[in-house]
Design a protein around this ligand. Structure first.
Ligand SMILES: Cc1cc2nc3c(=O)[nH]c(=O)nc-3n(C[C@H](O)[C@H](O)[C@H](O)COP(=O)(O)OP(=O)(O)OC[C@H]3O[C@@H](n4cnc5c(N)ncnc54)[C@H](O)[C@@H]3O)c2cc1C
Length: 496
């Protein structure tokens, strides 16, 4: 390790790795410091009894030739290390309520046609919905891959219109409103707060072509790390950053948990902004800014049951299944002890080798941090018996819901494992275990990549948007500060 770099990046989540890739590719001497033993943040996987489980990214969209994420993946040289497996084009996502299932099909024409068969009187409204979400995406220069001579900003209308208002304007049919919002667990949306663009970017990306990553999303992290090293960048694991030291005008040094000091010209923090701000004791961070960042609402947190299936028993399900126990998709976080879970997302993991049977599945549902707060002071694997009993009780309840919907599945589960909001707090450092970090709220200004310290920037899901697409675009915006917007965009687009 050197004692001075051009750029120090704190955290090796997707945002940190993409910044590391872009800047080291362009000649900057970069060092990434990651607190965990494994790089990748939400791209981490874990293996039990020979089966790999994903902790974050399960599927990605707009991967077709000429589509947005495809372009970024090419630029990041990811295709040399990744194999993608398209989800069922006739229904990559299934939205399910008590007595009815609705499919999201790939491609706008198929999407409109499939839903219109369920809602014949709503065909025009569904068409209009598709037109508007496409418009939102096209108005964002990055998502649409249009000319960057224009500004980075897209219509503020999309940022201040609530998803609930957008859907209500689309149709008065409440069932259809709920179906269209069926992927709400992908952004932990809050009906009267989430801006419509969050919904639009995610639905558009998936409708454009949803895929799983064969063998697990950790392959994205692995590939980026190999590239960064090949460009001369360095990555240090088990290296928690505790402090960012500033002089009177800018950041100068980070201090690791073990006391090591490292200087740099620029700093990029991929940690949750609240965690970053807590590392800084400088007059450059005024209390109004500190209070704003530290007072922001977080997205919901999740409880997951990871299933290892018996061999050759459970047919591989090539779609994601969003099931809701009531009539609406919203407010799953407002559960009571009696009615938890109000909904869940069930999916199978794409095995490394093609097979007609699934080796592993996951069930994800909302869990409020308060439920596990009493164990927050304990350490991983040392949280005590009460925590184990709590997790088992929750898992059994969720498994019973799965069995009610997919009869016979439980008999084919060989083993299961669980994670709670505390797991995410520990492994990604996100506040209160929040799945997607800070909540996007039409009433609150967004966190931007620039901080109040001129040579310190944010990258990651808390600026721009979350998810693979949002984080990559955010990292590009952050790196534009050093490389120049036009230069970087030209470099990205000429990779085509
Ligand atoms: C359950 C779940 C399912 C998801 N499914 C999908 C999906 O299917 N498709 C999709 O596109 N997106 C999905 N996402 C979202 C996506 O995974 C995230 O938005 C994205 O990966 C976040 O990347 P990030 O760069 O913000 O960093 P994070 O993944 O949050 O990583 C931050 C990193 O910083 C490190 N760190 C924190 N503090 C310190 C410190 N003090 N010193 C050093 N290092 C530190 C952490 O250890 C971590 O490695 C999912 C997320 C979750 C939680």
């Amino acid at each position: 390790m050197q004692n001075k770099y051009d750029v120090v990046i704190i955290g090796s989540g997707l945002g940190g790795l993409v910044c590391g890739y872009i800047l080291s590719k362009n000649g900057y001497k970069v060092a990434i410091f990651e607190q965990g033993k494994q790089a990748g943040g939400c791209l981490q996987t874990f293996t039990r009894k020979g089966v790999k489980f994903e902790t974050g990214v399960h599927y990605i969209g707009s991967m077709g030739e000429g589509q947005t994420l495809n372009l970024f993946f090419k630029y990041l040289s990811l295709f040399k290390d990744l194999t993608l497996s398209p989800l069922d084009p006739t229904g990559f996502d299934v939205i399910s309520f008590k007595n009815e299932e609705y499919k999201f099909a790939t491609g706008y024409d198929n999407f409109i046609e499939t839903l219109s068969q369920k809602f014949p009187a709503e065909r025009n409204n569904i068409r209009q919905y598709a037109k508007i979400i496409r418009e939102i995406v096209l108005s964002s220069p990055f998502h649409s891959i249009t000319n960057q001579e224009e500004s980075f900003q897209f219509s503020s209308h999309y940022g201040i219109t609530k998803i609930s208002d957008f859907l209500a304007q689309t149709t008065s049919n409440e069932t259809l409103q709920n179906v269209l919002a069926g992927l709400v667990p992908l952004y932990a949306g809050v009906k009267d707060k989430t801006p419509m663009y969050v919904h639009a970017f995610i639905n558009d990306s998936n409708i454009s072509g949803a895929c799983r990553i064969v063998g697990g999303s950790d392959k994205i992290a692995e590939s980026l790390i190999n590239s960064i090293r090949s460009f001369g960048g360095e990555i240090f694991l088990s290296s928690k950053v505790c402090k960012i030291i500033c002089n009177s005008s800018q950041a100068t040094t980070i201090i690791l948990e073990n006391g090591t000091q490292v200087e740099a010209d620029y700093f990029i923090s991929n940690t949750h902004p609240e965690v970053t701000i807590d590392m800084i004791d400088s007059n450059l961070i005024r209390s109004a800014y500190r209070n704003r960042i530290c007072g922001m609402e977080q997205t919901a947190a999740y409880f997951t049951v990871y299933l290892k299936f018996k061999e050759n028993k459970v047919p591989y399900m090539n779609n994601n299944y969003y099931h809701y126990l009531g009539n609406e998709v919203w407010n799953c976080e407002k559960y009571t002890q009696e009615d938890w879970p109000r909904g869940y997302l069930y999916m199978h993991l794409c095995p490394a080798h093609p097979t007609q049977y699934a080796q592993a599945g996951e069930i994800i549902t909302v869990m409020n941090f308060e439920e596990v707060a009493q164990w927050a002071v304990t350490k991983v694997e040392q949280r005590g018996d009460a925590y184990k009993v709590f997790k088992q009780r929750k898992a059994e309840r969720l498994l019973a819901q799965l069995e009610a919907q997919f009869s016979g599945t439980l008999a084919n589960v060989e083993a299961y494992y669980t994670s709670t909001p505390l797991t995410y707090l520990n492994y990604t450092g996100t506040i209160r275990g929040a799945a997607y970090g800070v909540l996007r709220d039409v009433h609150t200004p967004r966190i931007v990549h620039r901080t109040k310290i001129p040579n310190l920037f944010f990258a990651g899901q808390n600026t721009n948007s979350h998810g693979i697409m949002g984080v990559i675009i955010g990292a590009v915006i952050t790196c534009s500060e050093l490389l120049g917007r036009k230069f970087l965009w030209k470099q990205i687009t000429t990779t085509r």
